[in-house]
Write a protein that binds this ligand. Structure first.
Ligand SMILES: C[S@@+](CC[C@H](N)C(=O)[O-])C[C@H]1O[C@@H](n2cnc3c(N)ncnc32)[C@H](O)[C@@H]1O
Length: 213
């Protein structure tokens, strides 16, 4: 699990708190994802599929997706994060950024593919995970896909210790949150990020299919 210094306790679905976080931390989670995510995307949703990167933060994953020939819309409810994401994005990039709360009424048509890297795991409780999963269902076309990357508790002991970093879900608690709207196509455990001692803690990589309406 991450230590408190490298990863502040980010269990919030509050845009003002996230603006503050981006103003005061170096966003330790902000890095290109490890190869497992590229492998899963290539297998289940090859480019140029249109991906909505939900809770894109500073846009690093969105730019990584565009570099792999995906069509990318990236959204975050932190205006500060989106301002910085736009600043970091080259003028000729095709990534489109939107400031919006994914759990609100979103003025976008449903997408064939959604990605959340480290967003559902910021939900503090089961109730909020459910609410977030329901919002993902609204954003996703019927039979569309959701690629989830989030903190994984691999034992009862880890599940009980929620003192550090994001919310740690067991497979059971994760599935309980998403199963009203999604079925699982693929499920792997791998490091969340690439940096030893900072982001190399266990994460769940799950490919979910939206049930038909
Ligand atoms: C841990 S960061 C991950 C950022 C990015 N996905 C990454 O991998 O670097 C979680 C992000 O989710 C955003 N977020 C959380 N809840 C959100 C919501 N309801 N709508 C839009 N963005 C949200 C936060 O502002 C924050 O940028």
């Amino acid at each position: 699990m991450p230590d408190a210094a490298s990863s502040p306790p980010l269990r919030s679905l509050n845009a003002t708190e996230w603006d503050r976080t981006y103003a005061s931390t170096n966003a330790a989670w902000d890095e290109e994802p490890p190869p497992v995510l590229g492998d899963l995307l290539a297998e289940h949703a090859p480019p140029p599929t249109h991906v909505l990167d939900v809770g894109c933060g500073l846009g690093t994953t969105a730019r990584w997706l565009a570099g792999r020939s995906y069509t990318v819309t990236a959204c975050d409810f932190s205006a500060r994060a989106i301002k910085e994401a736009r600043r970091r994005t080259p003028a000729d990039s095709t990534v489109k950024y939107e400031i919006l709360d994914a759990t609100a009424d979103v003025p976008l048509p449903p997408f064939p593919v959604l990605l959340d890297r480290g967003v559902l795991h910021t939900c503090p409780t089961h109730r909020e995970r459910r609410r977030f999963a329901e919002a993902m269902a609204r954003l996703c076309r019927p039979a569309g896909l959701w690629f989830h990357v989030g903190a994984a508790a691999l034992s009862d002991e880890e599940a009980l210790d929620q003192s550090n970093g994001p919310s740690w879900t067991t497979e059971e608690t994760f599935l309980d949150a998403v199963s009203p709207w999604f079925t699982v196509l693929d499920h792997r455990i791998a490091d969340f990020g690439r940096r030893a001692g900072v982001t190399d803690w266990s994460a769940r990589y799950v490919v979910l299919r939206r049930r038909g309406d």
